[in-house]
Design a protein around this ligand. Structure first.
Ligand SMILES: NC(=O)c1ccc[n+]([C@@H]2O[C@H](COP(=O)([O-])OP(=O)(O)OC[C@H]3O[C@@H](n4cnc5c(N)ncnc54)[C@H](O)[C@@H]3O)[C@@H](O)[C@H]2O)c1
Length: 271
């Protein structure tokens, strides 16, 4: 997991509805609906009070991070407490305020945990599945049946792994690529109907791409056409401005992952 910068998230709260509108145009669904598909929730699910707690360990708090997570949860009509206290004191505040879920992040992990229930969601897992569900629905919106369609997955870390599993579950064909060929081969070996290719991938040969890598601006305007769909959780965004102009590029630094984490917890509570 790479650490977000303050400049990655400072506009999330003010631009959330505009971003949601773009997301709906790209996928046909709200982020909440895509998140529910990503975790296998089929019915409208209830909301429970949720806390966001700042953690001061390691490199410390990213200014605005808890506020951005809180704004994203409130966007989904989740009653959200942003704890004034940090760390363990913040967790105690969440417990005493009767929050059922808490979101916490340090330099290595961003996760949600149940308070009083054994539920958990990891941001990498949720982000991978959320963006994979988004590209599948964006394909369907353009009249493409994802079954048997190749989807290039760049990056075989936790986000790419989760994305690859979801793509395989949808009976599309994951093609994995990582700077570390061994990592790509290992991930492909865990999935049926999956293959891997050595890096760098011939991006122009693919119409459907999930970028779960950490390299910025490497998918250029020449690599894509108007039909290309890229789901791009990777930070910074892998697609150049020219590629984003031409192709459908689904990219957000936090929103879909956080929403998917919340519904992943709710799914476990409902099961
Ligand atoms: N948008 C979000 O909500 C969100 C949430 C979580 C993580 N992320 C981002 O998603 C990305 C992946 O997260 P992760 O935890 O899996 O990271 P990771 O560092 O564990 O794994 C990334 C993998 O991508 C590979 N890689 C990097 N650049 C590549 C390239 N150009 N071509 C091929 N492979 C490449 C690396 O070798 C590595 O194996 C990171 O950029 C992370 O910051 C975004």
């Amino acid at each position: 997991m790479s650490r977000l910068l303050e400049s990655d998230i400072d506009l999330i709260e003010t631009q959330l509805q505009d971003y949601e509108d773009l997301f709906i145009r790209q996928t046909g669904y709200t982020m909440e609906e895509i998140a529910q598909k990503a975790v296998g929730l089929t019915k409208n699910t209830k909301r429970i009070k949720t806390a966001v707690i700042s953690v001061t360990s390691g490199l410390g708090i990213i200014t605005g991070f808890s506020q951005a997570v809180g704004a994203i949860l409130r966007h989904c009509r989740v009653e959200t407490l942003i704890a004034e206290k940090t760390d363990v004191a913040g967790l105690q505040q969440a417990y005493l305020s009767k929050c059922g879920i808490t979101f916490l992040a340090d330099d290595c992990v961003c996760a949600a945990f149940g308070i009083g229930s054994a539920v958990h969601s990891d941001n990498g897992w949720a982000t991978g599945r959320g963006f994979a569900a988004a590209i599948i629905e964006a394909m369907r919106k353009q009249g493409i049946n994802p079954r048997q369609e190749r989807v290039l997955i760049i990056g075989a870390g936790p986000v790419g792994q989760a994305a690859a599993h979801y793509i395989a579950e949808q009976h599309a064909l994951p093609v994995i690529c990582d700077l570390d060929n061994n990592k790509a081969a290992c991930l492909a070996a865990t999935l049926e109907h999956s293959t891997w290719i050595s890096s760098p991938a011939p991006i122009h040969q693919f119409t459907y791409i999930i970028n779960a890598g950490t390299t910025g601006d490497f998918i250029t305007g020449e690599d894509v056409t108007e039909k290309t769909i890229i789901a791009a959780p990777g930070m910074p965004c892998g697609a150049t401005a020219a590629a984003r102009e031409k192709a459908t590029v689904i990219h957000n630094p936090l929103e879909l992952g956080i929403i998917t984490m919340y519904f992943n917890c709710m799914k476990q509570l409902e099961d």
